[in-house]
Design a protein around this ligand. Structure first.
Ligand code: GRF
Length: 319
C-alpha cells in the first residue's frame, strides 16, 4: 500500500523535489499527492505543476493562524493525504493543526537537533566552533522543532565555510536524508515485526495476560497459564489475504458483518475465525487508530477474562 503525502513548502522547494523524484523510483512506499504553500510565488509550486502534482496556494496575510491552517488542512484532506511532510514551510502551526496530525506530520530542520532550534542554524553552528552542522527529520508537535527525531545526518564544517556555503552543503545532505526518512516512516506500519511489537505491548499491558503461539500465530491469552483463554491473535497475511491484522472477538455476527460492510478498509472477516465471531482489524495501512485498537483489545479481553479480573477493572475505571 502506498502512503499519500502532502508536502508543504514556502520557498525553493528543493526538498520537495527530492521527495518527488525519490517517489518516482521503483517501489517507493509513498506518492506525493499535493504540494501546498502559503506563498503563491514559491518556485516549487511550478515544478509540482509541471510534474502533474496537485497544488494549493493560499497567502496567510489577513487570515488568523487557525483559519489559514484550516484551509491548508482542508486541501490536504481533499487530496486524500495520510501524512503531511513539511519542507521549508515557514509557518508556526496552530496547536490544533499539529495535534490533529500528531504522528503523521514530519519536518526537516537544518541542524543536529536538539542543537539550534529556530532560525539562523548554520551561522550559530559556525559561531560556536562546531565541527559539524547537519539536518534532522523529526515528528511535528505543537512545540517548535521539538518532536521525536527520526533521522539525522551530520555534515562537516570546513574552515572556509560561511553560513551560505554550509547551508548549500547541508541541503545536498537533506535531499538524501528526507526521502529515506519519509519512506522508512510511512513504511513502519507495513513491517510485521513493528506491528506485532506495538500490538504485544498493548495486549500484555492488560491484566493477567500471556502470549502463546496458536497455529503458528502469536496469540494473547488472559486468565493464567492453565485456564487462560485467547482474546487476540496476530495474523500476518493468512490464507491469501494481504492483511496483517489483529483478530479479536465481536459481540455478534451481525456486528461483525456490519463493521466489515461499513469500513472495509479497516475490518474484514477472517478465514475460519470469522465463522465464530472473530473480526480482523487491518494493521498494515497508514493512519491506524491505535487507541481504537487498544479499545478492541480491552473489549475482547473482557469477553474472555474471568470475573475476578473484570471486576477489578471495573473498580479501577470508577476512579
Ligand atoms: C531546508 O534547509 C530545510 O531544512 C528548512 O528549510 C529549507 C528548505 O529548503 N526547514 P527548500 O525549500 O527545500 O529548498
Amino acid at each position: 500500500m502506498t502512503a499519500r503525502i502532502a508536502v508543504l513548502i514556502s520557498g525553493a522547494g528543493t526538498n520537495m523535489a527530492a521527495l518527488v523524484y525519490a517517489s518516482r523510483m521503483p517501489e517507493s512506499p509513498y506518492a506525493v499527492v499535493l504540494v501546498g504553500s502559503n506563498n503563491p510565488e514559491a518556485a516549487g509550486l511550478a515544478l509540482a505543476q509541471a510534474e502533474g502534482i496537485a497544488t494549493f496556494a493560499l497567502p496567510h496575510k489577513g487570515l488568523t493562524r487557525e483559519a489559514h491552517d484550516a484551509a491548508m488542512e482542508a486541501a490536504v484532506l481533499e487530496a486524500g493525504a495520510d501524512h503531511i511532510v513539511l519542507a521549508g514551510y515557514m509557518r508556526i502551526l496552530s496547536d490544533g493543526f499539529a495535534s490533529r496530525w500528531a504522528g503523521r506530520m514530519l519536518n526537516i530542520h537544518p541542524s543536529l537537533l536538539p542543537l539550534y532550534k529556530g532560525t539562523g542554524t548554520h551561522a550559530r553552528a559556525i559561531a560556536a566552533g562546531d565541527s559539524h552542522g547537519g539536518a534532522s527529520v523529526h515528528l511535528v508537535t505543537p512545540e517548535l522543532d521539538s518532536g521525536e527525531v527520526l533521522a539525522q545526518i551530520a555534515v562537516p564544517i570546513t574552515p572556509a565555510d560561511t553560513p551560505e556555503s554550509l547551508a548549500a552543503r547541508v541541503k545536498l545532505a537533506e535531499h538524501q536524508l528526507y526521502p529515506r526518512a519519509v519512506a522508512d516512516y510511512v513504511s513502519r506500519w507495513l513491517d510485521p515485526a513493528a506491528l506485532l511489537a506495538r500490538l504485544r505491548a498493548l495486549a500484555l499491558a492488560l491484566p493477567d495476560t500471556d502470549e502463546r503461539e496458536s497455529h503458528g500465530s502469536p496469540g494473547f491469552r488472559v486468565g493464567g497459564e492453565k485456564t487462560g483463554k485467547y482474546f487476540a491473535y496476530f495474523a500476518d497475511q493468512h490464507h491469501g489475504t494481504p492483511h496483517i491484522a489483529l483478530l479479536v472477538r465481536t459481540g455478534s455476527m451481525d456486528e461483525l458483518l456490519a463493521l466489515v460492510e461499513d469500513q472495509p478498509e479497516v475490518y474484514f472477516k477472517p478465514a475460519y475465525y470469522g465463522a465464530s465471531g472473530w473480526i480482523g482489524i487491518i494493521l498494515n495501512r497508514p493512519g491506524v487508530d491505535w487507541d481504537a485498537v487498544a479499545a478492541w483489545l480491552e473489549r475482547s479481553w473482557r469477553g474472555a477474562a474471568p470475573r475476578r479480573l473484570t471486576r477489578l477493572m471495573d473498580v479501577a475505571e470508577e476512579f
